[in-house]
Design a protein around this ligand. Structure first.
Ligand code: 6PG
Length: 224
């Protein structure tokens, strides 16, 4: 079990970009996240390190949409990271264009046995990470590495997601969280006891170190 380390910074995306670039330079397997927060971190990582040929990239979750859909997490990484690189990593995307269960089964076969060195996650305002939403059956899946199901928040499209055991198997867990809308989830997830009601808090049940990089707005509910 590990306690999360909280790093309150004016520009956490800049620092997370540096961490991602260093992981790529080490040739690590890097699990990317989706949403609106990580794009600037990805762009900064690409500026710092253009050769990702020794690294591999994976996704913690994906929306069940085609890769060219604006909601695609792969599409986000392609626009803000992969297209900016000189040497590409091994890319293992979740094929959101398939039926959810088929995409999950295919991705599980690909990721089974892979040592995940660097897991990047965002945090939803409800405390979800990846697509493990509070109270969802996917959150309680313990026998599989990958599962699928409906979204608990916008965008309301089916999701494919790593399960909690898969997330906890990572050697290092890094969260990038910004904005006032996440302040309550940060406080519930990292300053209170662990609970199924706040999936992010369950990241502390594993052995991997958990580092949360957040701006002052996202940290505003934490006791000073
Ligand atoms: C997704 C992400 C999800 C995201 C959080 C935060 O598919 O949306 O994997 O877990 O990290 O919902 O999203 P924002 O960065 O948009 O706030």
């Amino acid at each position: 079990m590990s306690e999360a380390q909280l790093h309150v910074l004016d520009d956490p995306a800049h620092v997370v970009g540096e961490l991602i670039a260093a992981a790529a330079e080490r040739g690590e397997s890097i699990v990317l996240t989706g949403g609106s927060t990580p794009g600037r971190a990805y762009e900064h990582a690409a500026e710092l390190q253009a050769d990702w040929s020794r690294a591999s990239v994976w996704w913690g979750d994906e929306r069940c949409v085609p890769p060219d859909d604006e909601r695609s997490n792969y599409g986000l990484a392609r626009r803000t990271l992969l297209d900016l690189l000189e040497q590409q990593p091994g890319v293992h995307r979740i094929r959101g264009e398939l039926k959810p269960a088929d995409a999950a089964a295919e991705y599980e076969q690909a990721i089974d046995g892979v040592e995940l060195d660097f897991l990047l996650l965002g945090l939803g305002p409800d405390g979800h990470v990846a697509s493990l939403f509070p109270g969802s059956p996917q959150l309680f899946e313990r026998d599989r590495l990958v599962t699928s199901g409906p979204a608990g928040l916008e965008p309301f499209v089916d999701r494919v997601t790593l399960t909690l055991p898969a997330l906890l198997s990572a050697k290092r867990i890094v969260l990038l969280v910004t904005g006032e809308s996440k302040a309550a989830a940060v406080e519930r997830g990292f300053a209170r006891s662990m609970t199924d009601a706040v999936p992010a808090s369950l990241l502390r049940t594993g052995a991997a170190p958990v580092d949360v990089y957040l701006d002052p707005a996202a940290a505003s509910r934490l006791a000073s």
